[in-house]
Design a binder for this molecule. Structure first.
Ligand code: PEP
Ligand code: MN
Length: 364
């Protein structure tokens, strides 16, 4: 249940109402919207009569029941206002959200060595990315496949952050690694395979870091939003949802099926920012540019793109990784395409790309 306050309601009145509702064994959660304050009532509200709540104050504009199983994640919980995930990075604050410029996350599947991660970071930054992605702990189908360099890879991500100022997104697979990952990551990634690892969700949420929650391989949208609810329920409002393709019967030509319709569906259900990962969705770099544009056309707030300096030698996910040059070309296209659609982007500039290419990295 939510209580929508009239514009201009005093803090004192909001505090008084918050105290009153606690008598009904519910916890009020105050959400400051652009024009109005909304009080979300957390707990069992089945016995509460909206009329009784309305009578608490003539500053109450409306009392609404949230019928969806996901409460905090629902769009109603914020009275129809989309939320922002604000992430400070050394290069400046980046905001994920419907009314903000498109955010670009790029980098290799795995952090392989110092030269490759720093060089990739430098180049994707010059091309206009705000975040570097790279796995230290990799969820691999085979236990014999490369599992990621772990802690040493985290140090390399920290170095790349220091050199470029890019924010870092990296996956945590195990609660025991959470502290180490959180000390380096600006955003903690929960991978598709762990979307319903509820103890990991709760603990990742409790770190207070923003969480990027990837959609499970065969997860329904509702299961995905319920997973987000776990993070929100521990008091962490900073969740970004990442569509990365779902399983289908035909995996011959693409790895997964990118559910483009998830974007408008999420928009109608949740206030949370949306990311699309066309790399894991298609599994083939040749299809990534087209699906990137499709995601922008469907109004995604951000994109995650796998980029590798030498995809044929990548330790994981080479076939879906863009070369740095292909990423640079795509970024120029993204700029034009987004502008055409009226979505602001950062300034992707040919001159910066050329300059960065010309100056050799200090580490290579
Ligand atoms: C990844 O981002 O490298 C990854 C493993 O993604 P997903 O969990 O979507 O498969
Ligand atoms: Mn990958």
């Amino acid at each position: 249940m939510i209580i929508v306050m009239k514009p201009g309601t005093t803090e004192g009145e909001i505090d008084r109402i918050s105290k009153e509702v606690r008598h009904w064994n519910v916890i009020p959660e105050k959400l400051q919207g652009t024009h109005k304050v909304v009080l979300g009532l957390i707990g069992d509200t089945t016995e509460l009569d909206p009329g009784q709540v309305q009578n608490l104050s003539h500053y109450i504009e409306q009392v609404l029941r949230i019928k969806k199983p996901f409460k905090r994640a629902s769009l109603e919980f914020r009275n129809g206002e989309y939320s922002e995930v604000v992430v400070p990075t050394p290069n400046g604050t980046v905001i994920f959200g419907k009314n903000h410029p498109l955010v670009i996350v790029a980098g290799p599947c795995s952090v392989e060595n110092e030269a490759m991660i720093v060089e990739t970071a430098r180049r994707v930054k010059a091309a206009g990315a705000q975040f570097l992605r790279g796995g230290a702990y990799k969820p691999r189908t085979s236990p014999y496949a490369f599992q990621g360099h772990g802690e040493s890879a985290l140090s390399l991500l920290a170095l790349a952050r220091e050199v470029t100022g890019l924010g870092i997104i990296t996956e945590v697979m195990d609660t025991t690694d959470l502290e180490k990952v959180a000390s380096v990551a600006d955003i903690i990634q929960i991978g598709a395979r762990n979307m319903q690892n509820f103890s990991l969700l709760k603990k990742a949420g409790a770190t207070g870091k923003p969480v990027l929650l990837k959609r499970g391989l065969s997860a329904t949208i509702e299961e995905w939003l319920m997973a987000a609810e776990y993070i929100l329920a521990v008091g962490n409002p900073n969740v970004i949802l990442c569509e990365r393709g779902i399983r289908s019967f035909d995996q011959k030509y693409t790895r997964n099926v990118l559910d483009i319709s998830a974007i408008p569906v999420l928009r109608s259900l949740t206030h949370l920012p949306i990311m699309v990962d066309p790399s894991h969705a298609t599994g083939k770099s040749e299809f990534v540019p087209t699906m990137t544009k499709a995601a922008i056309a469907a109004d995604t707030d951000s994109l995650m793109l796998e980029v590798h300096p030498n995809p044929s030698k990548a330790l994981s996910d080479g076939p879906q990784s863009l070369t740095i040059e292909a990423f640079e070309r795509l970024m120029l296209d993204i700029n034009v395409f987004s502008k055409f659609l009226g979505r602001a982007t950062q300034n992707y500039n040919k001159a910066t790309i050329a300059k960065t290419k010309a100056s050799p990295s200090v580490l290579v």
